[in-house]
Design a protein around this ligand. Structure first.
Ligand SMILES: Cc1ncc(COP(=O)(O)O)c(C=O)c1O
Length: 446
């Protein structure tokens, strides 16, 4: 099966077996999950996923930007199997094992900033953000936090207090952490200040010093600023380089920690190890998860060593940094280093070259943006008014599925393309052709 590189559909969708599972799922599983279309996966290889009825799909969602090395990469599978036969669990909270230090050294070696670093392991992205909140408060003895509208940092109570992506994610769960200040994100296509990128004077960063520090919170009370260098859930919106640099300057000036959440953008997806590298900034704390172990549950924060001085017992996690997950992470790291980051950069360039004229050629495409294999396409009803076209976006996602392409939405009306980093240019062309066909079909009926 591994040689199949393009979709093969055998049944109506969903097929008979898929329909059965979905019916049971409807009865048994939490309705809080957001399934866009009826895919019931049974196995995966490379950038392909097969469903329970034998239909094969090209996966441009990668389990929400997780399977960085593709589905079930043989070297990742082998590392997991070997480790599972040797040591499944020990708890790094109370004992030592080799993989913990080995992967920490690898992570630290590619994290921006020359000084010594330390790593704390978690099982997920939200736990990495929780750890960053706790460390930032502990290290600064300050309590307030700054975050940005549209950003997604997770769903546990601390990280949810920073998340400001969709109100349904917060509704009914309050009160959340006090002392969190949200600012508009530098979403240049829809500038919150109605300015133009060339002449805006980086208003979205300057507002911090000019308004917030003067009127809302003394900078000496602010522990950290949390930012996604490219908004993921919020619509695949990259923050401009100058904005990130100015944010870093302001943080340093006032002793505020800069926490960069690379849970979605991290580990090679943007064509470099981290998205923040494109801006040349050096976060005080870096949050990672999703793609770092190719699908095994692992997250981490990497912090400047002088910040991570909390005493034994201050923070820990029974499962965080599990040996099997770390074995998968080490195999993932080797594959990324061995060519997949370069592949992400190369295939990403190919994709963006093809997308460049879509806003001219398609009246419902408002904006294309991103880096590497983190690609956002924003759908609008009208290019002048920029009215978001969520229904058209959802229809494209559904039609693409029925043509064998797995996509996800992001933000109010954007498509997110986040294929595994093993994807090649021919598969990228197939995906873009499919999306373009869906767009043209919709445009004909408008
Ligand atoms: C940027 C970012 N931070 C944090 C999270 C939370 O990660 P998890 O779902 O593993 O808790 C996500 C998940 O989508 C994310 O995209």
């Amino acid at each position: 099966m591994a040689e199949i590189r393009f979709p093969q559909l055998k049944t109506d969708l969903p097929g008979p077996k898929a329909r059965q599972i979905i019916q049971l799922d409807d009865q048994m599983i939490s309705p809080s999950y957001t399934r866009a279309y009826p895919l019931v996966a049974s196995r995966g290889y490379g950038a392909m996923v097969e469903d329970v009825d034998g239909n094969v799909f090209l996966d441009f969602a990668a389990g929400i930007a997780v399977v960085a090395t593709g589905h079930c990469h043989p070297r990742v599978v082998q590392a997991i199997q070997k480790q599972a036969a040797e040591l499944i669990h020990m708890s790094g909270t109370d004992f030592y094992y080799t993989h913990m230090v080995e992967f920490a050294q690898k992570l630290a070696s590619v994290t921006p900033g020359a000084g010594p670093k330390r790593v704390f392991y978690t099982n997920s992205g939200t736990e990495a953000v929780e750890a960053a909140i706790k460390l930032a408060r502990h290290a600064t003895r300050r309590d307030k936090l700054v975050a940005f509208l549209g950003c997604f940092h997770g769903r546990t109570m601390g990280s949810l207090s920073l998340t400001a992506s969709k109100s349904v994610q917060r509704k009914g769960f309050g009160p959340l952490l006090p002392g969190v200040i949200h600012l508009p994100y530098p979403y240049c296509y829809r500038c919150p200040y109605n300015l133009e990128p060339k002449s805006c004077g980086i208003e979205c960063a300057r507002v911090l010093e000019r308004e917030i520090f003067k009127k809302l919170a003394d900078p000496e009370d602010i522990a950290a600023v949390f930012i996604e260098p490219i908004q993921g859930e919020g619509g695949y919106v990259p923050a401009p380089v100058e904005f990130l640099q100015e944010l870093q300057r302001l943080c340093r000036k006032h002793g505020i920690l800069l926490v960069v959440d690379e849970v979605q953008s991290g580990m090679g997806r943007t064509g470099r190890w981290w998205a923040c590298e494109h801006a040349g900034i050096e976060p005080d704390i870096l949050c990672v998860a999703k793609g770092i172990a190719s699908g095994m549950p692992l997250g981490a924060i990497v912090a400047r060593a002088e910040l991570m001085r909390w005493p034994p017992g201050a923070h820990a996690s029974t499962f965080g940094g599990n040996p099997v997950c770390l074995a998968a992470a080490l195999a993932t790291f080797a594959l990324l280093e061995g060519g997949l980051i370069e592949n992400a950069r190369r295939v990403g360039e190919h994709i963006f070259a093809r997308l460049a004229d879509w806003p001219q050629r398609h009246r419902i495409v408002g904006d294309v943006r991103g880096r590497g294999l983190m690609v956002g396409i924003e759908l609008v009803r009208d290019q002048k008014t920029k009215e978001p076209a969520q229904d058209l976006r959802d229809e494209i996602v559904d039609r693409a599925f029925r043509k064998g392409l797995l996509l996800l939405g992001a933000g109010e009306s954007s498509l997110r393309l986040c294929p595994p980093l093993v994807v090649d240019t021919e598969q990228a062309d197939f995906a873009l052709d499919t999306i373009e066909t869906c767009i043209s079909e919709l445009e004909r009926n408008l």
